[in-house]
Design a protein around this ligand. Structure first.
Ligand SMILES: Nc1ncnc2c1ncn2[C@@H]1O[C@H](COP(=O)(O)OP(=O)(O)O)[C@@H](O)[C@H]1O
Ligand SMILES: [Mg+2]
Length: 369
C-alpha cells in the first residue's frame, strides 16, 4: 500500500547549452488506493513526472515521498512500483506467456500459481489466444495489452500506466477501461494513469491532475473540473465540444448586472454568486464561459435565461448534434438532439441557467466564479 506525495518536484533536462524545464514545482498527493489520472497535451511533462515517481529519472528539485518516506535516492527496485509504458518494452525472444510469467518467476512463485495468475490477466486483457506468440508477431494494440498485463501481474504497491491505450481501437478500449476500473476496485492499489485523452481520464480516475506547460493547472474530481475549472485552459481542455468563451463588458442597467458581448447581440446574466464575485474584483471587462452542453434549444427552467442566434452549421456527433451558431461576429456552439435538423440561417433561442455562466479574468485567465 502506498500514498504518493510529490512536493514541489522539478525536472530540468540539460544538454549542450540547452535547458528544458519539463516539470515545474509540481505538488500532488495521491492517497493510498486512489486512482489518479495525469492529463495534459503532449509534451506537458507527464512522462517525466512518472519516470521520477518510478525512479527512472533523477529528480532535479523537490521531494517525492511514499508513505511519508523520501524516495528521491532509491532505485526503481526499492520502490515497489510497476510501470507500463506507451512503448512496449517486452522481451522479444520470450513468448507472451513467458513475458507475463517472468515477473512472477522473479518473485519465486510456484508453477501452478504462475499459470493461474497469467491466465487470469490474459483473460482480463483478451490475449488468451496469443499466449504462445512472440512480441514481433503482434499488432501494436496486442503488444500494448501484453505490456499492461506485465505491469498488472506484479501486483506492486503503485501502478503507473503511461498512455497504455493509445494504440488500442476505440471499441476494445471501452471494455478495457471498464476492466481496468474493476481491477482497481478489486485490488485497491494506488494507480496513476497518464493520458492525453480526457475521456479515459474522466472514465477511470477518482481525481484528475491537469497539466499544461510543465505545470499543474488543477487537481480535482470530475465535478470540480467541469464546474469550477481553475482557469481558461482547464475549461477549454475538459469537455467536448470545448467551452465557449466570450469577451464581455460589465454593465449595470436598472440595478441589474449584465454582460453584453461586443460585436453581437448576446447579453449574459450571471446569478447572485457570480454577480457578487464580479463586484468584488471591480473591473470593466470579463471573459464569459459557457459549455455547449449548458445551452439548450428548449427552456431549461421557468426562471431560465436566453440568448438568440442563427444556425451556421448543423453537425452530427454520435448520439448528439453540434450546432455551430452565430450572433453578429461571434461564433459559438451548443449541443442539440439530432432528430430535428436545423437549416443554416434558422434563428434559434438558446436557454441557459444563470449559475452555468462561468467567469474568467481577461488578463490571467483565472477562474473568478
Ligand atoms: N531525456 C530528455 N532530454 C531532454 N528533453 C526531454 C527528455 N525527455 C523529455 N524531454 C522534454 O521534456 C518535455 C516534457 O516531456 P514529457 O515528460 O515526455 O511530456 P509528455 O509525456 O507529457 O508528452 C518535452 O518538452 C520533452 O521534449
Ligand atoms: Mg508521455
Amino acid at each position: 500500500m502506498a500514498r504518493v506525495e510529490l512536493d514541489r518536484v522539478n525536472k530540468i533536462y540539460r544538454g549542450r547549452g540547452i535547458e528544458v524545464h519539463a516539470v515545474r514545482d509540481l505538488s500532488l498527493t495521491v492517497e493510498d488506493g486512489e486512482f489518479v489520472a495525469i492529463l495534459g497535451p503532449s509534451g506537458c511533462g507527464k512522462t517525466s513526472t512518472l519516470r521520477m515517481i518510478v525512479g527512472l529519472e533523477e529528480i532535479t528539485g523537490g521531494e517525492i515521498r511514499f508513505d511519508g518516506r523520501r524516495v528521491n535516492e532509491l532505485g526503481p527496485e526499492a520502490r515497489n512500483v510497476a510501470m507500463a509504458f506507451e512503448t512496449y518494452a517486452l522481451y522479444p525472444t520470450f513468448t507472451v506467456f513467458e513475458n507475463l510469467a517472468f515477473p512472477l518467476e522473479v518473485r519465486g512463485f510456484e508453477r501452478p500459481r504462475i499459470e493461474r495468475e497469467v491466465k487470469e490477466i490474459a483473460r482480463l486483457l483478451e490475449i488468451e489466444d496469443i499466449l504462445g506468440q512472440k512480441p514481433g508477431q503482434l499488432s501494436g494494440g496486442q503488444q500494448q495489452r501484453v505490456s499492461l498485463g506485465r505491469a498488472l501481474v506484479r501486483e506492486p504497491a503503485v501502478f503507473i500506466l503511461d498512455e497504455v491505450m493509445s494504440h488500442i481501437d476505440a471499441h476494445l478500449k471501452f471494455r478495457m477501461l471498464f476492466e481496468l476500473k474493476r481491477l482497481h476496485q478489486r485490488l485497491g492499489r494506488t494507480m496513476i494513469y497518464v493520458t492525453h485523452d480526457q475521456v479515459e481520464a474522466l472514465a477511470l480516475a477518482d481525481r484528475v491532475a491537469v497539466m499544461s506547460n510543465a505545470e499543474l493547472q488543477q487537481f480535482a474530481d470530475r465535478d470540480g473540473l467541469y464546474n469550477r475549472p481553475a482557469n481558461r485552459f482547464v475549461a477549454d481542455f475538459i469537455g467536448e465540444p470545448p467551452t465557449n468563451f466570450f469577451d464581455a463588458r460589465i454593465e449595470q442597467r436598472d440595478g441589474e448586472l449584465l454582460l453584453p458581448v461586443p460585436g453581437s447581440s448576446l447579453v449574459f446574466r450571471p446569478d447572485g454568486e457570480r454577480r457578487r464575485a464580479l463586484e468584488r474584483v471591480a473591473r470593466a471587462e470579463v471573459v464569459v464561459g459557457i459549455r455547449p452542453q449548458n445551452l439548450a434549444l428548449e427552456p431549461v427552467e421557468a426562471r431560465g435565461e436566453r440568448i438568440e442566434a442563427e444556425v451556421d452549421i448543423f453537425e452530427y456527433l454520435g448520439e448528439m448534434a453540434i450546432l455551430a451558431l452565430r450572433s453578429g461576429e461571434r461564433m459559438f456552439r451548443a449541443l442539440a438532439s439530432p432528430r430535428r435538423r436545423l437549416e443554416p440561417g434558422t434563428p434559434v433561442a438558446l436557454h441557459y441557467r444563470r449559475e452555468d455562466v462561468m467567469l474568467f479574468d481577461p488578463a490571467t485567465g483565472d477562474f473568478i466564479a
